[in-house]
Design a protein around this ligand. Structure first.
Ligand SMILES: [Zn+2]
Length: 111
């Protein structure tokens, strides 16, 4: 079960990753964070949720244990939209087979 402190740590890493990307690419508009579906599940997160203000979490089919800063800008050498940051420390190394929601679900508009 992912402790709330782990989620706080993850959000801090995401914030730092976005900030680093935006600092290096001031003309880019960052709109999302990409994670492997596996990571989203084991972190107890939800695809499509606004994980940071203005930043939506997307399942991108990428490498597990990392996240990508998704933006509308172009990156050199074909690495468009990709900035990789280690996620391993945040999620821990132990496999989580039965994810239990440790954090309250994100606020959603009534359906
Ligand atoms: Zn960019």
């Amino acid at each position: 079960m992912a402790a709330p402190s782990k989620l706080a740590y993850l959000l801090e890493r995401l914030t730092q990753g976005v900030a680093a990307h935006d600092r290096e690419n001031p003309t880019h508009h960052t709109w999302g964070i990409g994670m492997a579906h596996f990571d989203i599940e084991r972190l107890g997160l939800e695809e499509g949720e606004e994980i940071l203000p203005g930043i939506v979490l997307q399942s991108d089919g990428g490498v597990t244990g990392q996240f990508r800063v998704l933006c509308d800008g172009r990156h050199e050498e074909g690495a468009a939209e990709v900035e990789e940051e280690e996620l391993v420390e945040a999620v821990g190394s132990q496999p989580v087979e039965i994810p239990s929601p440790a954090v309250p679900p994100p606020l959603k508009p009534p359906v």
